[in-house]
Design a protein around this ligand. Sequence first.
Ligand SMILES: Nc1ncnc2c1ncn2[C@@H]1O[C@H](COP(=O)(O)OP(=O)(O)OP(=O)(O)O)[C@@H](O)[C@H]1O
Ligand SMILES: O=C(O)[C@H](O)CO
Length: 545
Amino acid sequence: MHQPLQQPMARILSLLHSQTLVTLTGVRRTVVCRMSLEARARELFATAVEAVQPDAVVRRGVERKDDSLVIDGRTFALRNNLHLVGFGKAVLGMAAEAERIAGDHLVKGVISVPHGIQETLRCHGKSQMLLKDNSRIKVMEGAKHNLPDGDAQHAAQCIKQLASELTEKDLLLVLISGGGSALLPAPIPPISLEEKHDVTRRLAGAGATIQELNTVRRALSLLKGGGLAHVAHPAQVVALILSDVIGDPLDLIASGPTVRTDVWPEEVISILQSYKLSDSLPASVKEVLGRGSPRWENIKEESAGKGGVLNTVIGSNSIALKSAGRRARELGFRPVVLSGDVCGDVKAVSRLYGLLARFASSREEPAPELAAEMLRLGPEVGVESWDLCRTMQVLDEGRKEGWGATCLLAGGEPTVELTGKGRGGRNQELALRVGLELRGMELPPKGPMFLSGGTDGQDGPTDAAGAITDGGLWEEARAQGLDVEGTLKDNDSFTFLSKVSGGHRLLSPGLTGTNVMDVHMLLLPSIPIRIPNDPEADDRSLRYM
Ligand SMILES: Nc1ncnc2c1ncn2[C@@H]1O[C@H](COP(=O)(O)OP(=O)(O)OP(=O)(O)O)[C@@H](O)[C@H]1O
Ligand SMILES: O=C(O)[C@H](O)CO
């Protein structure tokens, strides 16, 4: 409960806020007020994705100044000496922009991109992400269904060949994005592609993390873990990276082909042992692991001189969240970024979002147990206690002082324990579970709304990227006779969300051409402050929506 002395201050703050809305952003806010909470959620997701479009990130990360490129504050002279290679799901758009910037200085390039991507981008009208007809960059499609195959292996050989022909006068631009591991398979002989693929497939199927998976991939590859930079030596190497891994670890994104990484066979064997795979390894894999650590000593990390390697992240989940936050402010929200590192099981993640919504929406002082449970759950799902405390403090202030609607943003990549055979994805299952957590709370526009979406536009093997839910989901499902429990047991969130209210809760932007993991968004409308005898108290919240 608010103390009597705090009430005048709350009221002053609230009035100040209303005035700011009128004087500074009056025109825009009038438009904003007419947008529904759901429309704003969709727009914020689109803004997040837009900020990390492959061509946009290259444009921001690479500046052309006369006959040089400025990247990460360093200058690289262009003397018709630029070569380009790339591998990953977003690399086509990155390459198109890089070629526009470099112009005639680009001598030659090879990129390895997913099977069918050129046709898909063409169909989606994304011509800015396609190379021009007379491009000097060769596009090689492969890795159907995100699995390394003969086509991807051939592309990897061409990339290796190009890199190996460079001299110390050359500059090699390496474009890297998620999916790059499968698109650059180069098993160390005598390991065959099938054998390497079989090991990584079994590891992934047993639930290995991307850290574990790529640690193993690095140990079995000629190009991963710094191998590509090694081959390109003595050329100057500059890698532009669009990160799809939590924390943006350079050595793990696409298994770090330009990041010198020592291989410790004991570490690799211990990972394989923990998933009970060490006994069934092919002889070739055992032989390669038995050779010790043949890594690349000639790579000069982080140096911009001849033969040096510069690795720079030009796009990531945090850039997407920041951009959504800026737009959220324009759309009448106070943006708060909870964390970009959300991981762990969707059950725990959804519980945390449910608790945060209750904490923010409570008209009374929330029970201390609420904060205690959040602090217990936070570390389980990758959210630092510090970030959680900071967020709770902001939500608490907003609740007490009537600061208006809040947009809580987070990013990362939670996991789903697959127990059924239904159709769905981690974003749809998370949104469904959060909707159930919000059950009993007020409905939008007065109550909270949640969105979870994969920035690549595809959630699991479905056509949707994610979904938008609120406290009304359970009732809607019940009215339609849908079985919520059965849906969760069967991991059938896509089928469920396609049926609930005619599928309007699904988020289906189509393939976006980029990938910086997932975006989560909890929109929390303002709650009216209790001011005795104030006839406007209940309307105040509506002013901010
Ligand atoms: N029926 C389902 N319900 C919920 N989650 C599912 C279901 N089927 C697959 N998944 C999850 O979807 C994930 C795969 O999703 P997706 O194809 O979007 O790959 P990804 O990991 O996002 O790949 P990338 O990083 O390349 O985008 C896996 O984590 C898997 O557990
Ligand atoms: O390609 C890969 O290894 C994953 O997408 C992580 O970057």
